[in-house]
Design a binder for this molecule. Structure first.
Ligand code: BEZ
Length: 218
């Protein structure tokens, strides 16, 4: 790819800890702007298309974790390259067939504005559908996590909940979380940055098998 184009793609695509690209969109809950969510966490997620089976299972699963997300101050915002009429018909169909109400707005991104801004269309997969993307945006409007799944694989909403718990725990306690961490388990104390700190760390009272690796309970 031409270097100038490459730079443009890289500077415009979303990056961790950078401001989430803003938008004003039509949704199933009316016109919304990303700024309307300022002060809340937001999970902006795309699905390939309405009235498709894997997406239907995902919508049921997202609706099921919506109350847990609300308790954590997180708003859900869905998106696909479909019309508002299609979204309305599909959520009504989900309620009829699965007895599940979809409580969150869904963006009708028919002209792919938001999909393009966030790099949700992967031409290698499909030129007309968004892949299964998840963008976690914090209350300051910064992108804190991104997940991309292919068309054929439904997402694990428990993992998304775990990710929110991990991010909020890291922010609150200035710690990191180990592989497969769950709330209530020990967290990682950031490694020392100087030889002096490394020396002190060995007697700091944490679980420290070696100077760079300390865990503690919260
Ligand atoms: C589905 O949601 O079932 C689906 C959508 C696009 C491609 C493959 C599966």
């Amino acid at each position: 790819m031409d270097t100038a184009i490459q730079e443009k793609v890289h500077s415009t695509f979303p990056r961790l800890n950078q401001p989430a690209p803003t938008f004003e969109v039509e949704t199933t809950h009316g016109t919304l702007r990303l700024e309307d969510f300022q002060g809340s966490w937001v999970i902006l997620f795309s699905h390939p298309a309405d009235f498709t089976p894997v997406c239907t299972t995902e919508f049921v699963a997202f609706a099921q974790i919506a109350p847990e997300l609300k308790r954590r101050g997180v708003e859900l915002l869905g998106l696909s390259i479909d019309s508002t009429y299609s979204h309305i018909a599909w959520v009504r169909n989900i309620e009829k067939n699965f007895d599940v109400k979809i409580p969150f707005p869904i963006i009708a991104d028919l002209n792919k504005d938001v999909a393009t801004l966030y790099g949700m269309v992967m031409p290698g997969e499909s030129k007309t559908e968004t892949s299964r993307c998840v963008f976690v945006i914090d209350p300051k409007g910064l992108i804190r996590a991104m997940i991309y799944y292919p068309l054929t694989t439904g997402r694990n909403t428990q993992e998304i909940l775990r990710l929110i718990d991990a991010l909020q725990t890291s922010d609150k306690h200035s710690v990191a979380t180990p592989a497969n961490w769950k709330p209530g388990e020990k967290v990682i104390v950031p490694p020392p940055k100087t030889t002096e700190e490394a020396e002190i760390r060995m007697t700091a009272g944490y679980e420290t098998p070696d100077w760079y690796f300390s865990k503690k309970s919260l």
